[in-house]
Design a protein around this ligand. Structure first.
Ligand code: CO
Ligand code: ZN
Length: 333
């Protein structure tokens, strides 16, 4: 599984330009699903048909996009200016590298000034160009880039640039490969444009109209020095979301996920996230309202170049996805 995580976290896929991620995932899962397609919004949707006429429709969603940048200006000396695609922490960018789809790499650095006054418009990207013309040979205005960083395996703990949310994608890939027959028809959505407002999940939930929607996404942890006051820790299992800014998990769904985790001896913890949202936020507001929940992967340093997860939590999430996929939903719906 670490190979899948490496491949996906090193892939290029800023919001709106998820193509390379879609291609990699489609290749990984195509033998294991009945149908696979890409919609207008850039969602990759794979379907595994259920065997029972009483089976329900379950939509799992992990977003394929990652935070990034888009070039807004190239100056006479060939330095690039940019704006954010999704939520970037300005202070973590300085000295990091950007990669464009062409493979061009640049260094992000800052103008002189007080660190406390640092804003995105004081940063620039140096791609080694010696003039505007030179820069334009490599990068154009409006081109999207990602933070460039390799995957690192520390044993139980893994570091990558886009664990948010390629780790969710990797969990769905693993679950798809491992799943036997299910009474339920399963829709696996590798959604687009989550980082800019849950956009792909919104349209795919409308199309699929599931009985239950489950998002897989990272959440913050409180287990670091002077960290946020939050109960979620790395290594303590799959985090069952109770609330974030986009959704209050339906009590029935929270109870359903908790019981499944207990019955299958899957390590789990509860997550209350004060700020942030997931695809489930869009899914549950679709049509007349859809039952939805989120299985969160504890992750340190979210939205930086070095997001850290624990492989044991990842395995717990795979197990919980498999349990949901094969569950009898007649009591829930
Ligand atoms: Co994110
Ligand atoms: Zn995410």
């Amino acid at each position: 599984m670490k190979d899948v995580i490496r491949t996906l976290t090193e892939a290029f896929g800023p919001s709106g330009y998820e193509g390379p991620v879609r291609e990699l995932i489609a290749e990984m899962i195509k033998e294991y699903v009945d149908e696979i397609s890409t919609d207008v919004m850039g969602n990759l949707i794979a379907v595994k048909r259920g065997f029972s006429p009483e089976g329900k429709k379950i939509m799992f969603s992990a977003h394929g996009d990652e935070i990034g940048i888009v070039v807004t200006h190239i100056d006479d000396k060939g330095f690039l200016r940019f704006t954010n695609v999704g939520g970037l922490y300005t202070e973590t960018l300085v000295g990091n590298r950007v990669r464009f789809e062409s493979g061009t790499i640049g260094v992000i650095y800052r103008e002189k000034g007080e660190l406390k006054d640092l804003t995105l418009d004081k940063l620039y990207i140096d791609i080694g160009a010696e003039s505007k013309e030179d820069a334009e040979q490599k990068v154009r205005i409006g081109e999207f880039g990602i933070i460039h960083r390799e995957f690192t395996d520390l044993g139980n703990r893994l570091i990558g640039k886009s664990m948010d949310d390629r780790i969710g994608c990797a969990i769905l890939v693993e679950a798809i490969k491992a799943l036997q027959e299910s009474p339920n028809t399963l829709y696996f959505v590798f959604s687009s444009q989550e980082e800019v407002g849950l956009r792909g999940a919104r349209t795919s939930a409308y199309t699929i109209n599931p009985d239950l929607g489950i998002a897989l996404d990272v959440t913050l942890t409180g287990d670091v020095p002077e960290g946020p006051r939050m109960e979620v820790s790395l290594g303590k299992g799959a985090a069952i979301k109770v609330k974030d800014s986009s959704m209050i998990t339906h009590p029935k769904v929270k109870a359903f996920l908790t019981k499944l985790a207990e019955d299958n001896s899957i390590p789990h913890q509860f997550e209350v996230l004060e700020r942030g949202g997931t695809d489930a936020g869009a899914i549950h507001l679709t049509r007349e309202g859809i039952l939805a929940g989120t299985i969160s992967i504890p992750c340190r340093y979210v939205h930086t170049a070095s997001e850290m997860v624990d492989i044991r939590d990842v395995q717990a999430c795979v197990d919980l996805v498999k349990a949901v996929a094969t569950a009898d939903l007649s009591e829930l719906i």
